[in-house]
Ligand binder design. Sequence first.
Ligand code: G3P
Ligand code: CA
Length: 269
Amino acid sequence: FGVPPARAAGRIPVTIGHRGVPVRAPENTLASIDTAAGLGVRWVENDVQRTRDGALVVLHDTTLRRTTDVERRFPGRAPWKVADFTLAEVEKLDAGSWFDRRFAGERVPTLKRYLRRVEHNRQRLLLEIKDPARYPGIERQLVAELRGSGWLGPARVRHDLVVQSFDARSLRTFHRLRPDVRTGFLGAPKAADLRAYAGFADQINPSQRGVTAGWVRSVHAVKGPHGRPLEVSAWTVDDGDRAVALARMGVDAVISNAPQVVEAALAEE
Ligand code: G3P
Ligand code: CA
């Protein structure tokens, strides 16, 4: 996320809004990233999947059930997988009311609209390819969409974008297609295995639960595909004290459902 020497000087980790600010607005919606922008949260994380007719959309679960009114609108279509719905159908859904009536009418955003809004808000994006094994070819499609939306220019690639996944194979594929784009592997490989990941990942992004200072040091000791030390973004950190503890362990970023809480705690530190 930044310049490695600053880490040695005790730099404050970057705070990333997990799916936006899901404690304040419905996750993975434009309202959620606007809320992040309003709170001064520069980095947001999202999840990308694909509809039946091939549109990339921003959604976390593989089904539309939890975060939209799909069950009421399409009662006969259980289990409501996003991959079984067309974009036109998805765009009819209300992705806000489940969270709060104030957000009625919020939509599941297409990736294209989402990227436009992140750019408009001058935010930066940690984009997760969610469950890529379900969506063959999604890496190439993502590259095309990022390029078409102007997200693969050199400045943007250097500062504004990281692509991450739990799926190492997918991440390797994405890295081969666009080696200039930074990538993050979601997981916590053992120190002995880090070099293998460093062939295609710039970041190792673990659940915050098992993180130790020693493990963070072992990650930082390995150089990634761009010749810089691997970075660590820990998720999901909603407690200020825990964020401070992780900062002391040297993590480079914390991914949070309550980025405003975490940022305030880190600023006080
Ligand atoms: O960015 C890390 C985190 O988003 C990974 O878990 O399930 O929230 O996508 P999940
Ligand atoms: Ca995610």
